[in-house]
Design a protein around this ligand. Structure first.
Ligand code: AVJ
Length: 329
């Protein structure tokens, strides 16, 4: 059995989660929606287009860093298996596996993602390419189901790439890092891809591209709600607004209602009113410095071992920090 998938969320669970978030987020005085609902088939395709935009430097930067530093990162971590959280495209893990297969035993690949069909396609492709000998897909939410990751087959590298950690607010990312730490034995490692604080112009453009692809990606969450909960959002009635908040070190994306109107979410028996100019906060994308990244890792009892960067994006390699041992005087 070279491909195995354990399913912990099905369509119904996903629908109930969206229903709860829509009730809470659109019922709030300052409306919000979580960013995880962007990624249906259309949203994932839009995100793939974003990664190719001239303004969206993140994916190119991370791939280039992986191409250069994967040998050193893998020499330092020597994994037998790779657990990847929220992989999306297999482009990133492929860069690790290419190096791994040149130096050591083939790895087991354990992707964790809510989208089982994407894992299926990616997992079977990697298997057919001979990039891995075994794929154990965990179809679940990495914020909820990390305890379902199967017991290790050997030294483990947990990869959390693409700056996805940046979509979580500080308390939730500390929770996630603490859960990740529980997946690690003393010899295991975490590889984190994180976007760095830089010029506000560069950051803003990356989330408000000239071709309007990010705007369509942002509006897509409304189409997901229409389809899943029988709502009647007119996505075109909302504009895209991105802003850099230097103090919070995050880019925010909002949807802005063009005019006063109401929306009906039939499955929830819910009417939502919008005033012209009213916003729905749909995403935060936090940016880091080496110091803030290291502090975040330390707060989760992890220690930074390597920091590879091109100045725009960073790859952090971390391991469990020794705890309970007295410090040398
Ligand atoms: C890949 C999820 C981290 O925040 O940069 C791209 C998503 N949002 N453009 C990011 C995204 C707007 C992206 N993540």
């Amino acid at each position: 059995m070279r491909y195995r998938a354990d399913v912990h969320v099905d369509d119904d669970a996903r629908r109930r989660a969206l229903a709860n978030d829509v009730r809470r987020g659109l019922g709030a005085r300052e409306k919000w929606l979580p960013p995880k609902y962007f990624y249906d088939a259309a949203g994932s395709a839009l995100f793939e287009r974003i990664t190719q935009l001239p303004e969206y430097y993140l994916t190119r930067a991370e791939h280039a860093l992986l191409d250069v530093y994967a040998p050193a990162i893998l020499a330092a971590s020597r994994p037998r298996e790779i657990v990847e959280l929220g992989p999306g495209s297999p482009a990133k893990v492929r860069r690790l596996l290419a190096v791994l297969n040149g130096t050591g035993p083939l790895a087991r690949y354990v992707p964790v993602d809510v989208d089982g069909s994407t894992l299926d396609v990616a997992g079977r492709t990697l298997l057919s390419e001979g990039a891995v000998t075994e794929v154990y897909a965990v179809v679940g939410d990495f914020e909820q189901h990390l305890d379902r990751v199967p017991p290790p087959t050997g030294r483990r590298l947990v990869a959390f790439l693409g700056s996805t950690l940046g979509n979580l607010d500080p308390p939730r990312r500390q929770e996630l890092l603490t859960a990740v730490r529980n997946l690690l034995a003393d010899d295991d490692h975490l590889l984190l891809g994180i976007d760095l604080v830089k010029s506000p112009c560069v950051l803003h453009a990356a989330y408000d591209d000239a071709a309007g692809v990010t705007a369509e990606f942002n509006r897509n969450v409304l189409r997901v709600i229409n389809r899943t909960l029988a709502a009647d959002f007119d996505a075109e009635a909302f504009g895209h607004y991105a802003r850099w908040d230097a103090e919070a070190a995050r880019v925010e994306m909002h949807l802005v209602a063009a005019a006063d109107h109401t929306v009906r979410v039939a499955d929830l028996d819910l009417i939502v009113s919008f005033e012209a100019g009213e916003t729905i906060w749909t995403e935060s994308s936090y940016k880091f410095t080496r110091a803030s990244a290291e502090a975040m890792l330390n707060a989760a009892q992890l220690r930074l071992l390597r920091w590879d960067t091109d100045g725009a994006f960073g790859l952090a390699l971390a391991a469990r920090a020794a705890v309970g041992r007295p410090r040398a005087a």
